[in-house]
Design a protein around this ligand. Structure first.
Ligand code: UD1
Length: 422
């Protein structure tokens, strides 16, 4: 298994290109199942999660061709010949459940494995099921698989979600595009990936309004057509690279970055003493002076502070002046990076969903273990600020969500290399 070795090396400088969003791409790809005509995505990120979704769509009979080194995905679902999303693929990646709504809408039936346990919490699918049942689907759990049928097709309905789940909103939106009549989805997620999905579906002929607000209205159409759509910038990769100069000093321009994608994140950075300015090409980030100040963070649905940037923010807070309190409100078990950061000399106390971080002057390099995608990159960020060498093991998590991280950070002056495992 590969490892990444980082050696703390002072300030960073330069430009870093930000890729298309993994999470947007993982919901845009299943949208191909809604139409017989081709859907082409540009600005796709080159990640192992995208390869997993490609394999899943191909297993259903869709054609997926990766072009221009993976940045363009040409897809066609003119002849679907399978409606079963197999456990062997779904267990690798929870986002596989995003084929449920489109398959149901297009074919009238779908069988999708439940994803099973996930390192960062239970992550059930009750919200997806409730939304699809409101549209007239009958869903039963048999032998670990959700069996969904829409006898006579899906029908528009008014449905209010118990919680603004990103995935459930996406599944419901895709299903409702081909339902008969009007669907009103209330208390939905407002994340930029939802707006990107709605934009793509509109390009395919769907009638959707209200995306980006907490109520989405969809007028069902008989069929959707082909389209070409550029994937929105990855706000989580963007936030991660913004934290690199914040943590070890310097000035970095994130190409393609947009402040409107970041919600509360920019305001928290400003309070910590980080300057973010808009440029023609993106966002420029630098640390104002000395150590950053401790700030408190509570993760919330968009536009609140994103849970997917909590681990990276904790890495920054490890060397801040003062004590910061980080509260995780989205996932119940998302502090697995804390014990690894403690091995690097951080002073962190975790109690339930709250972590109290007392800033220390300097972290010290150590061998550490990546436990999930965002935790892995937080350890790399901590390594950039640490004295000596940090070896991050089990980096396969990282390849799920960050393309060429060692190349991108090296280009900014970081000392970082990947070592192939036996
Ligand atoms: C998506 C993102 C993930 C991000 C998360 C929250 C993708 C591929 N993944 O995940 O990176 O961390 O949003 O911003 O886009 N829940 C239920 N029942 C359900 C569904 C969810 O209780 O049916 C709970 C989950 O356990 C969790 C919370 O709702 O505690 C948020 O989950 P959700 O918004 O659905 O996240 P995902 O769509 O899985």
């Amino acid at each position: 298994m590969d490892s990444i070795i980082v050696t703390g090396n002072g300030p960073l400088a330069g430009q870093v290109p930000i890729a298309g969003a993994k999470n947007a791409c993982l919901t845009l790809m299943p949208a191909t199942l809604l139409s017989e005509e081709p859907l082409t995505l540009t600005n796709a990120p080159r990640l192992s999660d995208i390869a997993t979704m490609t394999a899943l769509l191909q297993s259903l009979g869709a054609e997926v061709t990766s072009m221009q080194g993976g940045q363009v995905l040409a897809m066609s679902s003119h002849a679907l010949d399978n409606h079963v999303a197999d456990y062997e693929i779904v267990r690798k990646m929870r986002a596989s459940n995003l084929v449920l709504g489109p398959l149901l809408a297009r074919l009238g039936h779908a069988v999708v494995s439940l994803p099973g346990g996930c390192a960062i919490g239970a992550r059930p699918m009750d919200l997806h099921i409730a939304a699809l049942e409101a549209l007239g689907a009958e869903i039963e759990l048999k032998e670990g698989y959700l069996h969904a049928v829409a006898r006579g097709g899906l029908k528009g309905a008014v449905h209010e979600m118990r919680f603004a789940s990103v995935g459930a909103t996406e599944n419901a939106m895709m299903a409702a595009t081909l339902a008969k009549g009007t669907t009103v989805l209330k208390n939905v997620a407002r994340e930029p990936e939802i707006v990107d999905l709605a934009t793509c579906l509109r390009r395919m002929g769907a009638q959707i309004e209200g995306d980006g607000s907490s109520e989405i209205i969809i007028e069902g159409v008989d069929r959707l057509h082909g389209a070409t759509h550029p994937v929105v910038t990855d706000r989580i990769e963007l936030g991660t690279y913004m934290l690199a100069p914040a943590i070890c000093g310097g000035e970095v321009e994130c190409l393609g970055g947009r402040a409107d994608l970041l919600g509360a994140f920019c305001e928290r950075l400003d309070s910590a003493g980080i300057t973010v300015s808009e440029t023609e090409k993106g966002l420029k980030v630098s640390r104002r002076n000395g150590r950053v100040s401790a700030v408190d963070v509570t993760t919330e649905p968009f536009p609140g502070f994103p849970t997917d940037l909590q681990a990276q923010m904790m890495a920054l807070m490890c060397t801040a002046e003062g004590t910061s309190v980080l509260q995780e409100k989205i996932f119940e078990n998302r502090f697995m990076h804390a014990p690894e950061l403690i091995r690097m000399g951080a002073d962190i106390e975790v109690q339930g969903g709250t972590a109290r971080v007392r800033g220390v002057e300097r972290l010290k390099g150590a061998p550490v273990m990546a436990t999930d995608l965002r935790a892995s990159v937080s350890l790399i960020l901590a390594g950039l600020a640490a004295e000596g060498e940090t070896i991050v093991n089990r980096v396969y998590h990282l390849d799920r969500g960050y393309e060429r991280v060692e190349e991108k950070l090296s280009a900014l002056g970081a000392r970082i290399e990947r070592v192939s495992g036996q």
